[in-house]
Write a protein that binds this ligand. Structure first.
Ligand code: GLP
Length: 260
């Protein structure tokens, strides 16, 4: 049974679930509802998607819905938040590989509707490439829904501390904590790229609906800062406090420091 509770009056958009599985299933349900609603209207669903450990169970649930409940992704257009720079699409640590492996290869999304920042451009082509990515999102009328995880330093996408709230898609230097956390996947700090292409904070906050999912005790400190702390660029996700379209979805462990 899904059990939820609103913890603080200021955060009526905050729901805490008893487990990561329940939080993920709820998140998947919200995404599926949007896809179905857009299908009914004869429209495309423009989804902003995230990578990392956090959304994995969301994608598993969406795949289950596709296989067992007939949820179709034929009207979905996706834009991923970010990608390491440089990295090859075939690299198992690339977000292209991640998305194919964890979602796209298992559902009926049209390949031409998938957008992930590609980092095969040379350094002097990057600004133009980033602007194109930004304009492409706009050309679809903006993101209907953006799924977000959160980095332990408060980043969203790869908008590291110090990122301006009006930033758009761009190349960014990765923060030491972000690179350290990526050792888990890359095996060694020396293998972790120093840079990435990321949607900007302004790109993200334009989304019509934003679901921020945080799971596990290791996210509890940053969740407290992001939700209760000062709104400032040293915690990029703090800007979300100001937005009516944001929903925070946490498991008990991630919420442990904000619970009364
Ligand atoms: C990476 C991604 C973010 C993600 C964050 C948290 O840095 N660029 O989009 O939210 O990691 O990752 P995890 O979910 O594995 O904790």
């Amino acid at each position: 049974m899904i059990k939820s509770s609103n913890i603080q009056p200021d955060f009526d958009k905050l729901t805490v679930y008893d487990s990561a599985v329940l939080a993920s299933k709820y998140t998947a349900k919200k995404i599926a509802e949007l896809i179905l609603q857009k299908q009914k209207e004869g429209n495309r669903a423009i989804l902003g998607l995230a990578t990392g450990n956090t959304p994995k169970m969301v994608y598993e649930e969406l795949i289950r819905m596709h296989k067992h409940e007939g949820l179709s992704f034929s009207n979905v257009v996706s834009f991923n938040l970010d990608e390491y720079y440089p990295i090859s699409d075939n690299d198992e640590q690339s977000y292209t590989y991640f998305m194919n492996n964890n979602l796209f290869n298992h559902v009926d999304i049209k390949k031409e509707n998938i957008h992930i920042p590609h980092t095969d451009c040379t350094s002097n082509q990057i600004s133009e490439y980033c602007l194109d990515y930004e304009n492409k999102i706009k050309s679809y009328g903006g993101l209907d829904l953006q799924l977000l995880g959160i980095g332990r330093n408060g980043h969203i996408g790869f908008n590291e501390p110090g990122s301006k709230f009006d930033s758009i898609t761009r190349l960014i230097d990765l923060h030491p904590l972000t690179r350290e956390d990526a050792i888990e996947n890359f095996g060694d700090l020396n293998n972790v790229p120093h840079q990435a292409i990321t949607m900007g904070i302004n790109t993200i906050v334009q989304a019509k609906k934003i679901l921020l999912l945080a799971l596990g005790e290791r996210k509890s400190e940053i969740i407290k800062k992001a939700l209760n702390g000062t709104i400032a660029t040293d915690v990029p996700s703090s800007i979300l406090q100001t937005l009516p379209q944001v929903e925070y979805i946490l498991d008990r462990e991630a919420a442990v420091l904000i619970q009364k």
